[in-house]
Design a protein around this ligand. Structure first.
Ligand code: JFE
Length: 254
């Protein structure tokens, strides 16, 4: 997959896109990430990419001309114009399903944006406007990296065999079960006996129940689209009523 990113801050991408799984995927040729400085498509002495909003109000808006020229040039770099994604707080909420859909594309063109957002006419260049969550960041660069990370790890060969199953729980609509490593006892806290039993059927059943309970307690809205057995529905309902009575005691993590 090729990911092209049009940004006024190409240097923000250098570290995060060069290390760990994403860095390795690039070294192995499974992923190409290229940044393009939006200022290369300005024509004034100050390489201006923003201007004041029509109608007044605070802040600055991304000018449309550099974005149109940049997209025109960047899309021409390959035969495939790519799927153009603008990162904005008003976009479609990003989730694992969308990551999976985007991972089937040969080419993505990501447009982060800065200031108080885009001139509405520049958004006509987008195939998709995407938000990574309901909070306001200073720009779309971190969201562009989040999307690149979530998509790239789904590409064939990017994760090793050991890591490959880690989407399992989330793609089934549940949160992850609790995990432990050595030592078996740490500061009076024991690893659950079942995980040391060697009984793989019991371990799988325990993990599934923990995933259902944790999802019911922390993210009950996710259960609507999870596929649960009748017995698992009962476990979920049990956990939801426990959560309700625990809440009487005040806020906690679990
Ligand atoms: C840009 C900004 C003031 C936006 C209401 C471009 N999920 C997500 N959060 N924040 C963003 C995405 C994001 C993406 C692109 C961005 C934020 N800003 C900052 C400032 C109001 C804004 O929109 C500029």
């Amino acid at each position: 997959m090729i990911v092209d990113i049009v940004t006024i801050f190409p240097q923000m991408f250098e570290g995060p896109m060069s290390v760990s799984i994403i860095g390795l995927a690039r070294e192995r040729g499974l992923l190409e990430v290229r940044t393009h400085d939006l200022r290369d498509w300005t024509h004034d002495r100050h390489r201006t990419t923003d201007d004041t909003p029509y109608g007044g109000g605070p802040g600055m808006v991304m000018k449309p001309e550099p974005l149109f020229e940049a997209l025109d040039a960047v899309q021409r770099l390959e035969d495939d114009p790519g799927f153009v994604v603008f990162l904005t707080p008003s976009g479609r909420p990003f989730d694992q399903r969308l990551a999976r859909d985007l991972s089937s594309k040969e080419r993505l063109v990501l447009v982060p944006g800065r200031y108080e957002g885009f001139d509405e006419r520049a958004l006509s260049l987008a195939d998709l406007e995407l938000s990574i969550g309901d909070y306001v960041l200073t720009g779309g660069e971190l969201p562009a990296m989040v999307v690149t990370d979530a998509v790239a790890r789904l590409l064939p060969g990017v994760l090793g065999d050991d890591e490959s199953s880690t989407e399992e729980s989330f793609s089934e609509g549940l949160l992850e079960y609790p995990q432990y490593t050595r030592p078996a006892r740490f500061r009076d806290m024991d690893v659950p006996e079942v995980l040391r039993s060697g009984d793989h059927a019991r371990i799988a059943a325990w993990r599934r129940e923990q995933a259902v309970r944790r999802t019911a307690r922390r993210r009950p809205e996710l259960l609507a689209s999870a596929s649960l057995t009748a017995e698992e529905r009962n476990v979920a309902d049990d956990e939801i009523s426990r959560a309700a009575s625990d809440a009487q005691e005040g806020p906690t993590n679990d």
